[in-house]
Design a protein around this ligand. Structure first.
Ligand code: BTN
Length: 240
């Protein structure tokens, strides 16, 4: 379904589900404009109307437990990555946990909201924002880029959406078939700053370290002079 304007495609899907309306597995809600787009860490998500992809995909991964939520994050991130790889090649990276980067700039991100039933994931609302044809970004989004800024041409949003959904489905089927290790290994290999000596900030302290792994629970493992420490999203900032 394609909407002209909505608060947030994630919120829209969440509201339908909480009214106990049946929503089929694989439903996609796309919006031309979101006036209250939501990002990670309680951020807002802005996109120029009609220029970018802002959509939510509903999956019903009843075969995944609450402990396997990060496997779904990996699968979705890799789906977006694979859809864009033919266009953008090796400068494309996944910045932990699920930002899509081109070089040192952010192309897109996702907000995955899982609704649990007991210990299983009943519904996964997978919200994806991808900068496609936007050329100018506000000063407070200096770190953002778009496919148009990189490749100097416009792209049809519906085509990119279809590629993304197809590739997410492929990884989703890997998870369904129990190929978790396969998905984990590819995810790690696509990670921004993997095995590079970099600067991070945690708890007000700047330190040098090397990203070594992502734990099954999604924590980022950074090695500092031989000592490894795992961080969640709120605890760590990437500096340079
Ligand atoms: C982030 O990088 O902070 C995540 C951004 C996620 C934005 C998308 S746009 C479609 C969907 N609806 C929302 O309100 N958020 C997600």
């Amino acid at each position: 379904m394609s909407l002209k304007e909505v608060d947030s495609t994630n919120t829209f899907l969440k509201n339908i589900l909480s009214n106990s309306k049946p929503v089929p597995d694989g439903t996609v809600i796309m919006a031309e404009t979101q006036y209250a787009g939501r990002g990670q860490r309680d951020n807002t998500w802005h996109a120029e109307p009609g220029k970018n992809l802002t959509f939510s995909l509903l999956l019903k991964p009843g075969f995944l437990s609450a402990q396997q939520q990060f496997d779904l994050t990996r699968a979705v991130s890799l789906g977006v990555y694979d859809a864009l790889y033919p266009l953008l090649r090796d400068s494309l990276k996944i910045k932990w946990p699920n930002d899509i980067y081109y070089g040192d700039k952010k192309l897109g991100g996702m907000l995955i909201e899982n609704i649990l039933q007991g210990s299983q994931i009943k519904n996964a609302i997978i919200g994806i924002g991808l900068n496609v044809n936007q050329e100018n970004f506000p000063d407070n989004a200096a770190n953002a880029t778009s496919i148009k800024k990189i490749l100097q041409r416009d792209y049809e949003l519906k085509n990119i959406l279809a590629e993304i959904c197809n590739h997410i489905e492929a990884y989703y089927l890997h998870l369904k078939a129990g190929r978790f290790e396969y998905v984990r290994n590819i995810y790690l290999s696509r990670l921004y700053w993997l095995n590079e000596q970099r600067q991070f900030k945690s708890n007000g302290q700047v330190f040098e370290g090397v990203i070594k792994n992502v734990e099954d629970n999604g924590l980022l493992v950074i090695d500092q002079n031989g000592g490894e420490q795992a961080y969640n999203l709120k605890e760590i900032e990437f500096l340079n």
